[in-house]
Design a protein around this ligand. Structure first.
Ligand code: NAD
Ligand code: DAU
Length: 350
């Protein structure tokens, strides 16, 4: 039986990855290590928490001694590393958490695997989950390939870029068997409502203003989270050691167009008159250093490993809206308490 460590498994993408691995690989033991920050929520994993091949460990990847002890105890065969501070706006107001978790935390994991695995790297893999934001911002033309030079602009993307470099450095220096993927914007169930789509669904539901940064002209390439989880499964098992794979939806949307589409879907689902939700759109001060456009070329992953996105965006968006409306209790629980403080500081006091 292989023992696989998944970090950040109580978060948005991590919970989908944990669920997929626990359900698809009964012969693996899946250990989910998560600090349970504001973004981590064990409610995301209720359906699999009693499975015999699943274990949850609460802990902080920034604590090097704790990480070393964990690796000595479990002797993991593979690591899928998703734990991170992930929200760009929070990295602008509080960059240090991003430096600790995304950089120091990643190096703690690298040191631990390197120490434990160095006698024999055979059959081992350290898989680092990263973002397309490390490549910086595109103009109207162009697309990110695996060879695009790094040019991050936010403390979040700079911390992720730094961790990517360190992961590659441990491969080049020590021969650590690593693989990296850089993915575009994910959407779907269990996403914390600080990110655009769930935030706006929640605000529309509650008749609150929809704070569109700048003129709403920024473009993102959206991918359904379950398609990302499937890509991670494929890359973990079939990806070549030392390689990087871009993952994206080939699905570029200008923010304002996406928001208008979301408003239409919400009007329909809530039985409101057409155009009601769009009246909530409010243009606010732009995000500092706001990247204009991301677009991912995922042809390497498609051609070499046979992955492709399964869901049409409008279908995925509707499915996502349905999920948030059907899971009102989840949404109410995560928007309680500290969330209000964050919301006021980010949107009301500014
Ligand atoms: P998330 O914020 O929803 O979840 C992050 C998880 O990490 C949470 O469960 C949190 O409790 C945990 N965590 C944070 N700090 C920790 C620490 N010090 N020790 C242990 N656990 C800690 O993030 P997400 O959106 O699911 O993103 C997961 C990963 O995927 C991140 O590495 C992110 O950079 C990357 N990524 C995200 C997207 C996206 O669109 N959301 C796209 C590409 C890549
Ligand atoms: O590209 C991958 C990245 O996508 C991931 O690495 C990050 O972890 C993830 O958070 C996401 O980053 P973005 O900054 O693109 O996502 P966010 O949902 O915060 O914003 C999407 C776009 O919407 C962006 O152009 C900013 C805009 N926006 C966002 C919020 C929260 C608004 O106009 N208003 C808002 O209130």
């Amino acid at each position: 039986m292989k023992t696989i460590l998944i970090t950040g498994g109580a978060g948005f993408i991590g919970s989908h990855v944990v669920r997929l691995f626990v359900n698809n690989y009964p012969d693996y033991k899946i250990v989910n290590l998560d600090k349970l920050t504001y973004a981590g929520n064990l409610e995301n994993l209720k359906d699999i928490e009693d499975k015999p091949n699943y274990e949850f460990v609460k802990g902080d990847i920034v604590d090097g001694k704790f990480i070393q002890d964990l690796f000595s105890k479990y002797n993991f065969d593979g690591v899928i590393h998703l734990a991170a501070e992930s929200h760009v706006d929070r990295s602008i107001s509080n960059p240090m958490e991003f430096i600790y978790t995304n950089i120091v935390g990643t190096v703690n994991l690298l040191n631990a695997v390197n120490f434990i695995w160095k006698k024999d790297y055979k059959g081992k893999k350290f898989y680092h989950i990263s973002t397309d934001e490390v490549y910086g911002s595109l103009g109207k033309e162009g697309i990110f390939t695996e060879d695009t030079p790094y040019n991050p602009h936010s403390p979040y993307s700079a911390s992720k870029a730094s961790s990517d470099h360190l992961v590659r450095a441990y491969h080049d220096t020590f021969g650590l068997p690593i693989v990296i993927s850089n993915c575009s914007n994910n959407y779907g169930s269990f996403q914390f409502p600080e990110k655009l789509i769930p935030l706006f669904i929640n605000n529309i539901k509650n008749n609150k203003p929809l704070p569109v940064y700048g003129e709403g002209i920024n473009i993102r390439d959206w991918l359904f989270v379950e398609d990302h989880a499937k890509a991670i499964d494929l890359i973990f098992h079939k990806g070549e050691t030392g390689e990087t794979y871009n993952i994206g939806g080939n699905n570029e949307w200008k923010n304002i167009d996406l928001i208008r589409k979301l408003c239409e879907i919400m009007d329909d689902k809530l039985g409101r008159e057409k155009g009601t939700s769009a009246k909530l759109i409010t243009f606010v001060k732009d995000r500092a250093g706001h990247d204009l456009r991301y677009a991912i070329d995922s042809s390497k992953l498609q051609n070499e490993l046979g992955w492709k996105p399964s869901l049409d965006f409008e279908e995925g968006l509707e499915k996502t809206v349905d999920w948030y409306l059907e899971n009102e209790e989840w949404l109410n629980n995560v928007t309680f308490g500290d969330y209000q403080k964050y919301y006021n500081e980010q949107y009301v006091k500014r």
